[in-house]
Design a protein around this ligand. Sequence first.
Ligand SMILES: Cc1cc2nc3c(=O)[nH]c(=O)nc-3n(C[C@H](O)[C@H](O)[C@H](O)COP(=O)(O)OP(=O)(O)OC[C@H]3O[C@@H](n4cnc5c(N)ncnc54)[C@H](O)[C@@H]3O)c2cc1C
Length: 423
Amino acid sequence: MMNIGTGINILNENIREKIKTENIFKIFNSFIIPLLTHEERDFMLALQRYCLDVVEPKVDLTRDVYGIFPVLGEAGYMQRLYPYQDFKPFGMRYEMILAMVLSIVDPELDLARVVSGVLAMNPLYSHGKSDREKRALDDLMSGRKIGCICITERERGSDAVNMQTHAKECDDSTGDVMFDGEKVYTTNGPVADYFIAYGVADEGNPRGSMYQALVERGFKGLETHRLGILSAPRVHIGQTLFKHVRVPRDNILGGLGQGYTNLFRGLVAERNTIIGSSLGISWLSAITGLIYAHLRKQFSKRILEFQAVSFPMAEMLVDLMAATNLGFSAANEYQKIAKYPENVEMVKYNASFSAGTKFLASNLAHRISYEMQQLCGGAGYTDNLRIDKALEISKIQEIIGGSRNIQLMLVTQAMKTIVNMID
Ligand SMILES: Cc1cc2nc3c(=O)[nH]c(=O)nc-3n(C[C@H](O)[C@H](O)[C@H](O)COP(=O)(O)OP(=O)(O)OC[C@H]3O[C@@H](n4cnc5c(N)ncnc54)[C@H](O)[C@@H]3O)c2cc1C
């Protein structure tokens, strides 16, 4: 069992015994396995076994999550989107299963893992060619080193394209690029070893002048500071300063203008993984609440026998099953564009599909966690259950990778294209 927190445990013996990850998995599996292929099921069961035997005993809610990264890396669980070494199988559906299962065990750990293992890894896997870039990829996959992505700025959040961070090729024909600027909300940033950073040579032409670079801890002029994000105390989220940081040519993943294309190609993978984490958080809260309501008695009855408790729970499970099916459909669509990247229509469809699903899944994670907390009463507010932790991380899932409105904005763009068909 994990070190559950700092407070005392007030659950009765029976409930304490039954609210364990093994039982949460048991119920989760009865919902999920019918949606999976045999290979996916085997992958998930092996992953759950590893989580119970190896990962969970290392989870300590009083310590940062990063000490667990090497344990994930050892078994090839820093990501499962792409092939790496002999770790099989892989693909977006496997990555989604990984995000769901790890979020059930520890939503905070999975938040940090997704940023390092998928968001920072994806550009290295897709565009990394030099030895330095390959070494960084190996380091991130092993979990020995930590990665982050630096897109958002103090004055440029949703309007991410129009960034102010300056990136300019040095005049000495080395091909090195100088970065100047500030990024904020960098998840993992204050402890990261590798930074996927974006900057523009010309603020008036960000699409045509954006660079994407691998910045390494130790580069002169790189500074990081921690922000006070109270909902995720075990994950460091911060400010990243580039004070005239010289990035060697070998670390430029996307040159002038290519940085923009690379950034936007990566966003669908990012959103899909967040969908997986959001679904995992939803399942964690939903099943924890279900077990608790089944065992908790008031007025000499199990509270699940009160329709005011069981009906909203049933409604949440219906919504969650629908969202999970939709999440797997988004993963299937992702695999199609991975196969046919030149199909522009398909790529556009996928961008709006994944945005809509991310909007729905992350909002559902928050709704289910909040409602389950209410339905469970006081215990749901303590660290005896994992619902409050799930609720806090669901808030981050809803903003990371773009706020709700920005996801909806992507959907409206597709809507306009479709309705134009009748003009
Ligand atoms: C905990 C946390 C972790 C994060 N991790 C990272 C990270 O690792 N790397 C990174 O680069 N960024 C990260 N972010 C940043 C995140 O992606 C941004 O916060 C998000 O894109 C919104 O930007 P903003 O905060 O500046 O809000 P703003 O863009 O100022 O938006 C404020 C409000 O206005 C709305 N709005 C803005 N424009 C429009 C529009 N056109 N139409 C309708 N509504 C609009 C937004 O939806 C929002 O409700 C993180 C943020 C948080 C809070």
